[in-house]
Ligand binder design. Structure first.
Ligand code: ZN
Length: 298
């Protein structure tokens, strides 16, 4: 049965121990039946305590966490579920050190698992944004200054952001990602990943957007210190504040993971009831990722 809601009491009663969490994972993992990963046999028996499956033919035992983002999580399924719940139900999330204290695990362990959760939050890029879109860039980190224009400060991380608006001009979806520079080639990443060719895109007058107008419908307008991009500037402010107050500092190689988390939450703010369940499903169906991979890649 799908867990719904944001109530922490209901949540902790439903997932009262590791076993109840493993049962939940097993139900999702083998929803369409069991197929042995070693020999392909579809007959199995269920382990009583951990909901693992033992293949009838080759006797291989597979746990509900094997080959998922919960693979080799050392601190137990219940703590893992609690962390996923914190990262979906709350609006602001926590830093790795806050999470570590709250669940009695090391900071590195918390940091690593939270990045695994973010891996599950990554966009599938299968539903590009359509309709009216705003695209703009901004910087985070380094020293803040009030000067307008594109910063050349190399310590700052450059981010391009796209906001999809509803018919009544409300924010519908947001995607953001780190870019190396403001060239057309770098800017186009967000177009290719998240924007439909049928969309109408508003940008400021930056030359870098001009070459993209061959493939996309781009309307370039004066920014007027942001007044022509009100929704966009609201989002930029929110992302900057969130990164600065929750994490204080993020490495440039990891910033895209934090931005994935931001998008995942804001794009599902109207489906908060099922956000936890949907993320667990994604984490069960996503292949495991190691510390080494997380350390070096964005
Ligand atoms: Zn087998």
């Amino acid at each position: 049965m799908k867990f719904k809601g944001e109530n922490i009491i209901t949540f902790s009663e439903r997932f009262k121990d590791d076993t109840s969490c493993l049962a939940y994972l097993a139900e999702i993992k083998w929803a369409k039946g069991f197929t042995c990963s070693k020999c392909g046999c579809t007959q199995s028996s269920v382990g009583k305590l951990d909901y693992s499956r033992q293949c009838h033919q080759c006797h291989h035992i597979e746990s509900p966490t094997a080959n998922t983002l919960f693979h080799k999580v050392k601190f137990g399924a219940r703590k893992a579920f609690m962390i996923v719940f914190e990262m979906t139900a709350s609006t602001k999330s926590l830093s790795a050190s806050q999470m570590a204290k709250r669940y009695g695990i090391s900071r590195t362990t918390a940091w690593l698992f939270m990045h695994k959760v973010r891996e599950g939050m990554k966009s599938s890029q299968s539903a590009p944004m359509t309709g009216t879109i705003q695209v703009d860039e901004f910087v985070v980190g380094g020293r803040e200054n009030l000067k307008q224009g594109r910063s050349r400060d190399t310590k700052k991380k450059k981010i391009v952001c796209a906001v999809e608006l509803s018919e009544n001009q409300k924010i519908k979806r947001v995607y953001a990602l780190r870019i190396d520079d403001y060239s057309s080639e770098s800017l186009r990443t967000i177009f290719d990943q998240h924007i439909s060719k049928a969309a109408t895109i508003r940008t400021d007058e930056w030359l870098g957007y001009k070459p993209l107008a061959k493939e996309y419908t781009i309307v370039q307008v004066l920014s007027m210190k942001g007044s022509n991009f009100k929704q966009m500037h609201h989002i930029i402010h929110q992302i900057k504040t969130w990164l600065r107050t929750t994490f204080s500092w993020v490495h440039k190689d990891h910033i895209n993971r934090y931005l994935d988390e931001y998008s995942f939450r804001i794009n599902r703010s109207i489906s908060k009831q099922t956000i936890f369940h949907n993320l667990i499903v994604r984490m069960v169906t996503t292949k495991p990722i190691t510390y080494q991979v997380i350390k070096v890649s964005a």
